[in-house]
Design a binder for this molecule. Structure first.
Ligand SMILES: [Zn+2]
Ligand SMILES: [Zn+2]
Length: 329
């Protein structure tokens, strides 16, 4: 759990013995097999995202098996079913955003590992309507990163409005980017990766990127669309300047350092667009998981035992993780 939000070097996580959660009406109880580590967990641990309740267990890329249903839970899910528990935990279903299919913007939405205890644990309870059925025959560690890294990356790809067969720039190449790049390439895009990590550049080329260079380097050709995965505001003007006329930059992260002043002529004129990505809808999740089942992206993971969650987070903070960090029970 996040006991004292602060820099990762101050060890904000604490290990604790907690009671097995009791599933409420409408919920399922899931026994966790694996939980991937997301950069949002790092923002929660370090206090970049203020805690919504004290001593909350992080983790929102959970793969596990249903072991129980709350009283009166009407669901096709049965004990033994493989499911994924993701970031979006609930929405109100009644506000203008929910009613127009933008439940990711619901002001009353709640989030796994922020509003309630998440998956850095043996058990997690979650609303049945918000968990994703997952194939039972794929290894849990490879499924886990699909649940946030994959889904959010896919929403960022949709928000970037890449034209069919277009040129996509990807800034930062961690868990989310390496999945998004593969889906984009499989769908016909040319992908250029800009990242400071040499190992990530090597991985990008191995996965089919057309080029890989340093994060400040211009791509070899103008971009139709770009996604900023690195939480670095300084890269916003860099990526905008790399766009072709009419191109779109989508910022994928939930947290970004300050954006330096933009120069209208160089960064926005010629109808370049800068937009954010906020969480995802369940529809995004279902569509991405369907695409992942078709394209079977190669999921690169760095495994950690559950009691090494703090080490996983500090490795993530220091860019020492290849692909996605995954806690294995
Ligand atoms: Zn709503
Ligand atoms: Zn996440």
């Amino acid at each position: 759990m996040v006991a004292r939000p602060g820099p990762i070097s101050t060890r904000p996580l604490e290990q604790a013995d907690l009671a097995v959660p009791v599933p409420m009406p409408g919920e399922v109880l899931v026994r966790v097999e694996a939980c991937a580590v997301c950069r949002t967990d790092l923002h929660l641990a370090e206090g970049d995202l203020p805690p919504r309740r004290p001593r909350t267990v992080p983790g929102h890329e959970v793969v596990g098996r249903v072991v129980g249903l709350g009283p009166g839970t009407a669901s096709s899910l049965q004990p033994g079913d493989r499911v994924g528990v993701a970031w979006l935990r609930s929405t109100c279903g009644r506000c203008p955003y929910c009613l127009r299919g933008a439940e990711n913007l619901c002001p009353s939405s709640t989030y796994t590992g922020w509003d309630v205890d998440g998956g850095y644990a043996e058990y997690v309870a979650a609303p049945a309507d918000y968990v994703y059925p997952l194939p039972g025959d794929m290894p849990a560690p490879e499924l886990a990163p699909l649940l946030c890294a994959g889904i959010i990356g896919y929403r960022a790809l949709l928000r970037a409005e890449l034209p069919p067969g277009g040129r996509l720039g990807i800034y930062g190449f961690g868990a989310s980017a390496h999945l998004t790049a593969q889906v984009a390439i499989a769908e016909g895009a040319t992908v250029h990766v800009m990242t400071r990590s040499a190992a990530a550049r090597e991985l990008a080329l191995k996965l089919g990127a057309a080029s890989a260079s340093g994060s400040d380097d211009p791509p070899p050709e103008p971009l139709d669309a770009a996604i900023l995965f690195a939480p670095v505001g300084d890269l916003v003007p860099v990526a905008l300047a790399a766009l072709d006329r009419g191109g779109t930059l989508a910022v994928a992260g939930i947290h970004l350092t300050d954006i330096p002043p933009l120069v209208y002529e160089r960064h926005l004129f010629q109808e370049r667009t800068l937009r954010s990505v906020t969480a995802n809808t369940r529809q995004d999740g279902r569509r991405f998981l369907e695409l992942a089942a078709i394209h079977r992206p190669r999921v690169t993971i760095t495994p950690y035992p559950f009691d090494a969650a703090d080490r996983a987070l500090s490795d993530l903070a220091a860019d020492r993780v290849e692909g996605a960090a995954v806690l294995l029970l």
